[in-house]
Design a protein. Structure first.
Length: 256
């Protein structure tokens, strides 16, 4: 009898033990990121884990396989959010020891998550850093112009919706009171004036963008002439720029 009563209790414990083991979450994507620049004793870049988008990764810098610096990737960068990198707060800035500046080309940079998984980040070559430094400022200006174009488009859409909500209901005979008609006329005139002002502003922004693009092309040509022949990064950046300009033209095309 004693044996018979013990067997069921042991069997009942086994499923409970099996249920207590939770499966380990499966990773769907590898960590992303890169080092953007090493200058004035600081290392700049970004790192992001798509599998855990709210987590802030830890950046470790190694020299001769030994850690020499560490910092979290938790700084805000609007361009990251604009390009779909989480909430944009995945940039890092690591202060380097003085002795590391002379050996910047030997540094190894890795990003690590809370589970201890590490991903090595690419460090650009000096020629690439120089090219990106020349192009960064005009690229930022172009992005700012695109943001202004998008903001103008959204404002026009808001104004149109406001006009539709404010429009009075006309009866089945197609008539409306003189007061209602005056309100409609006033709203239409306001929208027409705002539309004209916005379009004028867009024309100015596009002309300025043309000047920025021309200056960027000149910068790229200067870098190409000084380059040792490895200008692959310039073609990549040129392709990105073309996409941004195409986006601006598309924005204008769909303006109401």
């Amino acid at each position: 009898m004693n044996i018979a009563t013990k067997i069921p209790s042991e069997g009942a414990q086994k499923p409970a033990e099996a249920q207590s083991v939770s499966p380990t979450p499966q990773r769907t994507e590898a960590m992303k990121g890169r080092v953007d620049a090493i200058e004035e004793g600081r290392l700049y870049g970004w790192a992001f884990d798509p599998s855990y988008p709210t987590e802030r990764l830890i950046i470790r810098v190694l020299l001769d396989d030994k850690p020499i610096a560490e910092a979290p990737a938790d700084k805000d960068r609007p361009d990251l959010k604009r390009n779909g990198i989480g909430d944009g707060m995945h940039a890092f800035e690591v202060m380097l020891p003085q002795f590391a500046a002379a050996r910047a080309g030997e540094l190894v940079v890795v990003a690590a998550n809370a589970a201890g998984i590490e991903q090595k980040l690419r460090v650009p070559k000096p020629d690439e850093q120089a090219a990106e430094a020349l192009i960064a400022a005009p690229m930022t200006r172009i992005l700012d112009k695109l943001d202004m174009l998008m903001a103008a488009q959204r404002q026009l859409q808001v104004n149109q919706r406001s006009l539709q909500r404010a429009a009075p209901t006309i009866d089945s005979t197609g008539n409306a009171s003189p007061t209602d008609l005056l309100d409609i006329a006033g709203s239409v005139d306001t929208l027409r004036t705002d539309l004209h002002q916005r379009m004028t502003e867009l024309d100015v922004h596009i002309m300025r963008m043309d000047g920025v693009v021309a200056g960027l092309e000149q910068r790229m040509e200067d870098v190409r002439k000084r380059s040792s022949g490895d200008i692959k990064v310039l073609f990549v950046l040129a392709a990105v720029l073309t996409g941004f300009v195409a986006g601006a033209l598309l924005t204008l095309a769909i303006m109401p």
